[in-house]
Design a protein around this ligand. Structure first.
Ligand SMILES: Nc1nc2c(c(=O)[nH]1)N[C@H]1C(S)=C(S)[C@@H](COP(=O)(O)O)O[C@H]1N2
Ligand SMILES: [Mo]
Length: 297
């Protein structure tokens, strides 16, 4: 069959139909399926991506162990829930339980190369593949009472060994103010390096907020709630003096136990200075006009 596209529609702009087909295979076998179609989105950092090996073997995903090497090593014990369901609720008109396939299908995937900064003072540059979170969230029609969005990761202590310990408050939860969640930089990522997300990086869907410390990026999301009151987040519940709600990357506000002024880019030898809002100040600083960022850390 001969398919003709109108000349002003680029092939890359046509909604990918196939990208999700290999999901079950991927979750079942641990094989990374290639994402067939995505566009190169705006906002990409002009920096050399961190080697894929490092991105996929040096991880924080406490459900799979607290050591940086644990998540990749324990990826095979990740519960292969098929199909993956995301429950959407709270202050919105069109919540419900959605199969991830159905959530993703209407959207075009974009590749975005983002600088990522962990609160532990290391950083990476990661070529994510995902959808601007706003595009997905808008479809649920949040009401005017939706001031924040809460994201909850998978809870399955039977299969996730660390959830039998009280390392963190389980399930892992994170939250964003609604304008942060709707900001065009905020992604719901389903892949990296052009492939489906590896388990250790938050398969099958995770949050990516590049101007905040990495812990805001909840992995393996099963629930999204629109809420009126500021939601709690797991790291803040554990140690409120060390981990705030906003968690904007800020070299001027030290963590109580270490400086945040510099960072080690994984794969590099010398430490480099940390930038306000992780280098995304031009795009996001206005969100915090009039706020004391020392108090709201
Ligand atoms: N569910 C869940 N999400 C999580 C974490 C976690 O332990 N559990 N760790 C966070 C932290 S501290 C960081 S730095 C990033 C790391 O993401 P990456 O491994 O894809 O680089 O994931 C975040 N998301
Ligand atoms: Mo982190």
């Amino acid at each position: 069959m001969l398919l003709r596209h109108s000349p002003d529609i680029k092939a890359s702009e046509i909604t990918p139909q196939r990208h999700w087909l290999n999901r079950r295979q991927f979750l079942g076998t641990g094989m990374a399926a290639v994402l067939p179609d995505f566009t190169h989105g705006a906002f990409g950092a002009d920096e050399k991506p961190t080697p894929k090996d490092a991105v996929t073997t040096y991880n924080n995903f406490y459900e799979l162990g607290t050591d940086k090497a644990d998540p990749a090593q324990n990826a095979r014990i990740f519960p292969a829930v098929k199909p993956w369901t995301v429950e959407v609720g709270g202050e919105c008109a069109k919540g419900g339980r959605f199969d991830l396939d159905d959530l993703i299908r209407p959207h075009r995937l974009e590749e975005r190369i983002y600088r990522m900064r962990c609160v532990e003072a290391w950083s990476m540059v990661i070529p994510w593949v995902g959808i601007p979170a706003a595009e997905v969230l808008k479809r649920f029609e949040p009401t005017s009472r939706a001031k924040f969005v809460e994201f909850t990761s998978i809870h399955d202590p039977e299969h996730l060994p660390e959830q039998r310990r009280r390392t963190l408050s389980w399930p892992y939860t994170e939250g964003l103010r609604i304008d942060e969640a709707m900001h065009p930089l905020t992604l719901l990522a389903t892949g990296l390096y052009g492939e489906e997300l590896p388990v250790q990086n938050g398969a099958p869907i995770r949050l990516v907020v590049p101007w905040k410390y990495g812990f805001k990026g909840a992995k393996s999301i099963v629930r999204i709630r629109f809420v009126e009151a500021m939601p709690s987040n797991s790291w803040n519940l554990l140690q409120p003096r060390e981990y705030g709600f906003y968690a904007n990357v800020n070299p001027a506000v030290d963590h109580p136990r270490w400086s945040q002024s510099r960072e080690r880019r994984i794969g590099e030898f010398l430490r480099r200075p940390t930038l306000p809002f992780n280098g995304y100040a031009d795009q996001v600083a206005h969100l915090y006009d009039g706020m004391d960022l020392r108090e709201n850390f």
